[in-house]
Ligand binder design. Structure first.
Ligand code: FPP
Length: 260
């Protein structure tokens, strides 16, 4: 196993992205390749969650956002949904002491009220226990979808207009942003999707307007620190222009490329 210094020797540690978001795909295929049950693939996926969270924290990444369960995932077979819910609650219970030790703060994004009561209790306990932490912000998206989030934001703004607190002309990008579940979180610099598919699947559509996208065939349970470094290396080799010309970006020494 490589240590962090060896693994990151080709990386510019001053230009680590502040916010990395991940679509964790490929647990089912990982299990099928081994004639295992899909739920065993998800259980193995949890090891990747733990590893990547720890590594992100060690690298000084400020925000790690994980797509753990989408609104559309409720359509999966009930047995798989139940197994996933159980796994998520169990993982949070088991990992909270380590998260506290590593100064990782849990944030929950999505329609959490749709989750079973016992899982909500586990999540809330984890959130509360890590509330004081000041290191990595771990955003766990559960029963989340961008269209749900944007619909919600539109409804909240419409209610404000109806109550006379806001006029339609005052609706700005900022007022929409303020109603999103990521209101206080900077946009992702890098969005990674594992498992070989190249789509965004209703994840952070607003927030990823200028994120760098990275797709890898590596299945989520196999996504190790080396694979993560590869994604970071790809990120560091890109020029983020935010609509400007390359010459402008060079002249500005674009601040969005780095943590700060
Ligand atoms: C996608 O793989 C993965 C999921 C729908 C679930 C991911 C959830 C975890 C790894 C648990 C996370 C737990 C916490 C506490 C953050 P897939 O089943 O779609 O794989 P396939 O495309 O190969 O079938």
């Amino acid at each position: 196993m490589n240590d962090i210094a060896t693994l990151t020797k080709d990386l510019d540690l001053a230009r680590i992205p502040a916010h990395v978001a991940i679509i964790m795909d490929g647990n089912g295929r990982w299990a099928r390749q081994r004639a295992m049950m899909r739920s065993e693939g998800h259980a193995e996926g949890v090891n990747s969650v733990n590893r990547i969270t720890r590594f992100s924290s060690d690298l000084g990444i400020k925000y790690l956002t994980l797509y753990a369960f989408s609104t559309e995932n409720w359509k999966r077979p009930q047995a798989e949904v139940d197994a996933l819910m159980h796994l998520i609650g169990w993982t949070i219970r088991k990992e909270t002491p380590d998260l506290v030790k590593n100064n990782v703060k849990i944030h929950l994004l999505g329609e959490i009220e749709r989750l079973p009561e016992s899982v909500r209790q586990d999540l809330e306990a984890g959130r509360e226990a890590t509330e004081h932490c000041t290191g990595l912000n771990l955003n766990i998206c559960l029963s989340y979808s961008s269209r749900w989030e944007l619909t919600n934001a539109a409804r909240k703004l419409a209610e404000k207009v109806k109550r006379g607190e806001l006029s339609p002309e005052d609706i700005t990008e900022e007022s929409i942003q303020a109603e999103l579940s990521t209101a206080d979180i900077p946009d992702p610099d890098l969005l990674i999707r594992t498992g070989g598919e190249e789509r965004i699947s209703n994840f952070l559509l607003w927030q990823c307007a200028y994120s760098e996208l990275y797709f890898t065939p590596v299945l989520w349970p196999d996504f190790d620190n080396e694979a993560f470094v590869e994604a970071l290396r790809s990120f560091q080799n890109r020029e983020r222009r935010f609509g400007m010309t390359s010459d402008q970006v060079k002249a500005n020494d674009n601040p969005h490329n780095t943590i700060d």
